[in-house]
Design a protein around this ligand. Structure first.
Ligand SMILES: *Cc1c(COP(=O)(O)O)cnc(C)c1O
Length: 394
């Protein structure tokens, strides 16, 4: 069935290998958002919260995301951004293990996750410590002092993928809480939070899920834990009865206790429209297509572009849905490639990153992209001042 390019509005003349960072616009997004503005918000005004179901959508639409990560309906909720969800999950995990003081993560984690963890630890001022080890060292570093193991499943730079099942089992054997960041996994690789018995899973919806810039994050909480947690971000919409306006906080008796404030209704509508693009598509099919694309990509680059050194694992089972390469002038090289219609991105210090998104990328796209990459690298077309000035977003 894949690809389903007709489900996306892709600009002509562009091969988009950055859907891992900001997905393209799904067909129907513009109409869906317009409908909310013109047919709901416009005529119904504040009545839309009830008439148009706006208040229920953070749970309803989250269930559509849940299907892709093995989360049953009612175990995920949307809201805020992923950095905020890191804070929520980690503060809950620390409350669950009050006798322990270590938060364990790895150097492949996304900086914001580590910043948020350190910020929470500093604010609590209770002797917590963030221990950051090499990705390969995680399993060995888990012991009975660790309160929470907090990892990003797929490394944003290299695409290296953790064996979450094994790590979660080890964490649980040592009595630690497992927090899994699925930013580069949801819609990219097969994940089953239920089977893996993950305690918390968090992720964003603007990468492989295509819900647009600033779209809400999601949080999954293991259903048997939900009601034992006192949310640290105790906003009114996580209250059991927000419209009773009680003086004290009482958390809702469901995943809704992980809501904070008013949902971003227009972005939730965009996510709902984006999830239509996933109808009839299962993750095993996506994963199989992704591996085919990445194998082709790596084989062709290794055969034709010796300047690029593979930064991703060569073994597909250890790799997410992206392929990355080291190149000392990677920023300039990527700008030159983008100028010729192949969009990837650059991650400091020297990583050229290409996202593989089988919903709208096929083997012909990969072959055409390689032709351009080969030409840019062989003829040093990147060696121009205009490609070397860094923009704010790389
Ligand atoms: C993209 C990404 C983020 C971004 O967080 P926001 O708060 O949504 O900006 C955080 N963590 C990881 C692992 C990411 O890949």
């Amino acid at each position: 069935m894949l690809p389903v390019k007709q489900r996306f509005n892709l600009p002509d003349g562009i091969i988009y290998l950055d859907g891992n960072s900001l997905g393209p616009v799904p067909v129907g997004t513009s109409e869906r958002v317009s409908r909310v503005v013109n047919d709901q918000w416009g005529p119904n005004l504040i009545r839309s919260w009830n008439i148009d179901g706006w208040m229920a959508q953070p749970v309803d639409v989250a269930s559509r995301v849940g299907r892709l990560i093995g989360a049953p309906a009612g175990t995920c909720v949307l809201g805020d951004t992923l950095s905020i969800k890191v804070h929520q999950a980690l503060s809950a995990a620390l409350q669950m293990r009050r006798q322990r003081r270590l938060v364990l993560s790895d150097s492949g984690n996304f900086p914001s996750d580590l910043y948020m963890a350190q910020g929470l630890i500093d604010q609590l001022d209770q002797g917590y410590e963030l221990q950051v080890v090499e990705p390969e060292e995680i399993e060995n570093a888990i012991n009975d002092k660790v309160a929470a193991v907090m990892l990003t499943h797929v490394d944003y730079r290299t695409g290296r993928m953790h064996d979450m099942n094994a790590i979660t089992r080890k964490a649980h054997e040592s009595g630690a809480v497992m927090i899994l960041d699925l930013a580069h996994s949801a819609g990219a690789v097969e994940v089953d939070v239920t089977q893996d018995q993950c305690d918390f899973a968090i992720g964003c919806t603007y990468k492989y899920l295509n819900a647009g810039p600033g779209a809400p994050a999601f949080i999954y909480v293991r259903p048997d834990l939900t009601e034992t947690i006192d949310p640290a971000l105790s906003g009114w919409l996580g209250h059991a009865a927000p419209f009773e306006f009680e003086p004290g906080y009482r958390p809702a008796a469901s995943i809704e206790r992980f809501r904070v404030g008013t949902p971003a209704v227009l972005q939730v509508a965009a996510l709902d429209a984006a999830m239509d693009a996933w109808e009839g598509i299962d993750m095993p099919e996506v994963r199989a297509a992704s591996i085919e694309l990445s194998e082709l990509f790596i084989e062709e680059i290794q055969a034709r572009v010796p300047q690029l050194e593979l930064a991703s694992p060569r073994d597909a089972s250890l790799r997410g849905s992206q392929v990355s390469f080291h190149f000392s002038e990677g920023y300039a090289a990527m700008q030159a490639i983008i100028a010729r219609g192949v969009i990837g991105d650059f991650r400091a210090p020297d990583i050229m990153r290409f996202g593989l998104t089988p919903l709208f990328i096929d083997k012909d796209d990969i072959r055409a992209a390689i032709d351009i990459i080969e030409e840019v690298m062989r003829d040093k077309l990147w060696d121009k001042p205009e490609y070397k000035t860094k923009s704010k977003v790389t």
